[in-house]
Design a protein around this ligand. Structure first.
Ligand code: NJP
Length: 246
């Protein structure tokens, strides 16, 4: 990134819990300036307070309640981020969800929600940020999944959305070479509230223990930081991380 300052300006979605919250806390602790968004105001505020308790020199966080499904709200949030911090170096379109169920028992509305948030939401975030990223040779850090390359039972549509995320990261690499770098982080199970979106009680009982034993969100956050720190040395195009029992 073309900056003399080590402090990046970072636009983050899904910052109210799990991987996004851990990422916000870690980046602020390293002196980065984070524009943290999600829908739940109280949780966002808690994350901001936690982040500022351990802020590194120059580290700052500004929060905004925002739904990734609202393109106008996203454009305005990105504009406010740039107005607040003067530039934009990195976007992390992390907001996403999985609602697991066998294909023939799924609600169409659950499929549409996953496509809307995991694909259209990510596209909207990136589209709003791209002009600013191009200006500063910035970085997109997408949160893919082991489901970006493999398909697992009971999660076919989630897998399809995460395949799309990986494809998009590769498209950025090919089309925007020399302008914007792209990293896709593909985690296996992470111990967050992610699995609680699933409504099928039987599947919840089956999957909960595996997610509970999964990686801590702080470990994923560390990969995000590594991707940011790599700028100027090389690009981590994609990285897969798994719990050590897999
Ligand atoms: O889950 P969780 P994770 N507009 O539920 C936000 C991927 N991943 O941290 O709006 C705006 O704690 C929601 O905020 P709120 C996964 O696919 C996970 O695990 O306040 N934000 C919350 O902050 C996803 O892409 C695992 O409800 C919206 C956040 O999304 C990413 O990691 C494995 C929103 C979800 O936090 C973070 O998920 C894997 C909307 N419309 C990939 N809808 C895993 N946990 O095992 C949701 O391979 N959010």
């Amino acid at each position: 990134m073309e900056t003399s300052s080590p402090h990046r300006v970072i636009f983050l979605t899904g910052a109210s819990s799990g991987i996004g919250a851990a990422t916000a806390r870690l980046l602020v602790s390293q002196g980065h300036r984070v524009y943290a968004t999600a829908r739940r105001a109280a949780q966002l505020e808690t994350v901001a307070q936690e982040a500022m308790l351990n802020a590194g020199a120059g580290g700052m966080i500004v929060t905004e309640v925002m739904d990734v499904l609202d393109p106008q709200a996203q454009r305005e949030a990105v504009a406010r981020c740039v107005a607040e911090f003067g530039r934009l170096d990195v976007v992390i379109p992390n907001a996403g969800l999985g609602i697991f169920s066998p294909l023939d028992q799924a609600d169409l509305s659950d499929w549409m929600t996953m496509v809307d948030v995991n694909v259209k939401g990510v596209l909207t975030t990136i589209h709003s940020c791209l002009p600013h990223l191009i200006e500063h040779k910035g970085l997109v850090v997408n949160i893919g999944s082991v489901a970006s390359r493999n398909v697992f039972p009971n999660s076919g549509v989630y897998c399809a959305t995460k395949h799309a995320v990986l494809a998009l990261g590769e498209a950025i690499r090919q089309d925007l070479k020399d302008k914007v770098a792209s990293t896709t982080i593909c985690p296996g199970a992470v111990d967050t509230a992610f699995i609680e979106q699933t409504k099928d009680e039987g599947l919840l009982d089956q999957y909960r223990p595996g997610f509970k034993k999964g990686m801590q969100p702080e470990f994923v956050a560390r990969q995000v930081l590594n991707a940011i720190d790599a700028r100027g040395h090389g690009v981590i195009s994609d990285i897969t991380i798994r719990p050590d029992f897999l």
